[in-house]
Ligand binder design. Structure first.
Ligand code: NAP
Length: 290
């Protein structure tokens, strides 16, 4: 029997828990957690992500602010804005929505964020602390996946976990988390990328597959062993005749054919995406509780 890793149900449950914690903070005379988002330009997808983050903040009782900046803002002016947010005591954590315009060096911006307010967990200090298993902000998507594994009580110790994709925001931190000594963790991890040889064979040997490459339906039924746990991180907008907008979201796994073979599988949409929001909210709550 295949169990669906239901991000919709789980994220709703966890948001209720976060909302209860916020009430307790307020009852104890503490401040309301406050997340700010910086949005440069008006990229449609970024607008949607930022609006969703604000809506989720409202749902759990956080304050949220949106700092809208012109597409043509200079790197220096953006760095100035980040300095302001770093020193604004009312803001517990903030994110700079990616992508940024081409004239801005993303790494410079990420490194300018105070690591204590870096609730996206992208600052090298947080990445380094993650590597050494020290308290840090874990990037929201890997954090959300860890919570999902934990809440569904999925066994991980001694399992072979194959991760496809080695980005700094998903695959790489995921590989660190799954290999560390703890639960979820204690896996033997293989981190795959575009230069991996015999990828299908490697994936076939996995007890846990985490697909994060951004290639629709890349993981096919012949690549998955019976009873595997499959987590689909991919989000690609593809054309569709079935929706009003003419587009739909597609994951990296051929869900329809792969699902019957799995012990657990996460759908797209309704899986990891919603858990990513949970990861961000949890990081913000931690920032406010510090
Ligand atoms: P990314 O920075 O583009 O990295 C993609 C990774 O996949 C790279 O390491 C690349 O290898 C590898 N790759 C690409 N094609 C491959 C192939 N044919 N075989 C093996 N490896 C391949 O992507 P990302 O930011 O990690 O995002 C990955 C996907 O997750 C995207 O669809 C993105 O939209 C989605 N995403 C979803 C969430 C969520 O909340 N659900 C959050 C973040 C991202 P190389 O390093 O060799 O180039």
């Amino acid at each position: 029997m295949t169990i669906l890793l239901d991000g919709k149900k789980l994220s709703a449950e966890i948001k209720l828990e976060i909302a209860a914690e916020v009430k307790q903070l307020i009852a104890a005379g503490k401040k309301v957690p406050h997340l700010a988002a910086v949005l440069v330009g008006n990229n449609g997808a970024s607008e949607t992500y930022v609006a969703s983050k604000a809506k989720n903040c409202e749902e759990v009782g956080f304050m949220s602010s949106l700092i809208r900046l012109d597409e043509g803002i200079s790197e220096t002016a953006l760095l100035g804005k980040i300095d302001e947010l770093n020193s604004n005591a009312d803001i517990d954590g903030f994110i700079v929505q990616l992508p940024l315009p081409k004239h801005i060096v993303v790494q410079k911006i990420m490194e300018a964020i105070d690591p204590k307010k870096d609730v996206d967990g992208f600052h090298p200090v947080n990445a380094g602390r993650l590597l050494q298993n020290l308290p840090c902000y874990i990037p929201a998507t890997p954090y959300g996946i860890m919570i999902m594994l934990e809440r569904y009580k999925i066994e991980t110790a001694g399992k072979h976990c194959v991760i496809i994709g080695r980005s700094n925001i998903v695959g790489m931190p995921m590989s660190v988390l799954m290999s560390r000594n703890g639960y979820p963790g204690n896996c033997t991890v293989t981190l795959c990328h575009s230069k991996t040889n015999n990828l299908a064979e490697v994936v076939r040997s996995a007890d846990i597959v985490i697909a994060a490459l951004g290639s629709p339906k890349f993981v096919t039924v012949d690549m998955v062993k019976d009873g595997a746990v499959v987590i689909d991180v991919g989000i690609t907008r593809i054309e569709s005749k079935d929706t009003k907008s003419g587009f739909k979201i597609c994951g990296d796994v051929d869900f329809e054919n792969v699902a019957p073979k799995c012990s657990y599988i996460s759908p797209v949409p309704g899986g990891v995406g919603l858990m990513t929001i949970v990861g961000l909210l949890k990081n913000t709550l931690n920032a406010a509780s510090r």
